[in-house]
Design a protein around this ligand. Sequence first.
Ligand code: SF4
Ligand code: SF4
Length: 114
Amino acid sequence: MREKKPRNGLLIDYEFCTGCKACVVACAQEYGWPAGQGGMRVTEILQELPKGRGYLSFLPFPTESCVLCAGRTRKGLKTACEQHCLAAVIRHGPVQELAREMERKPRMVLWAPR
Ligand code: SF4
Ligand code: SF4
């Protein structure tokens, strides 16, 4: 029986995301997506805290258009978003491996396509 191929995904350490959107631009350039239709979105989340304080987080999140850069990764390249993220907070790989990483470091999200 043929072994099932491991499912790949993206691990995003949003704690250190700067909200620069280089990942959004990289995906759009790689696939020629018009503005707003690419494989990556970055959402701003402003959490209001007591005493008029606030906490701003950025959450980069792959959309339904993300194809996990299959053409690039087949050639041994990084995904376009991983390659261009200056904060190095995006990682592509087998979901099981990435999940183990989450045990080590909190405040990350793990995403896998359909
Ligand atoms: S993995 Fe590739 S297709 Fe998916 S968001 Fe990143 S650059 Fe776009
Ligand atoms: S390129 Fe990296 S640091 Fe910039 S918004 Fe995307 S995930 Fe965040």
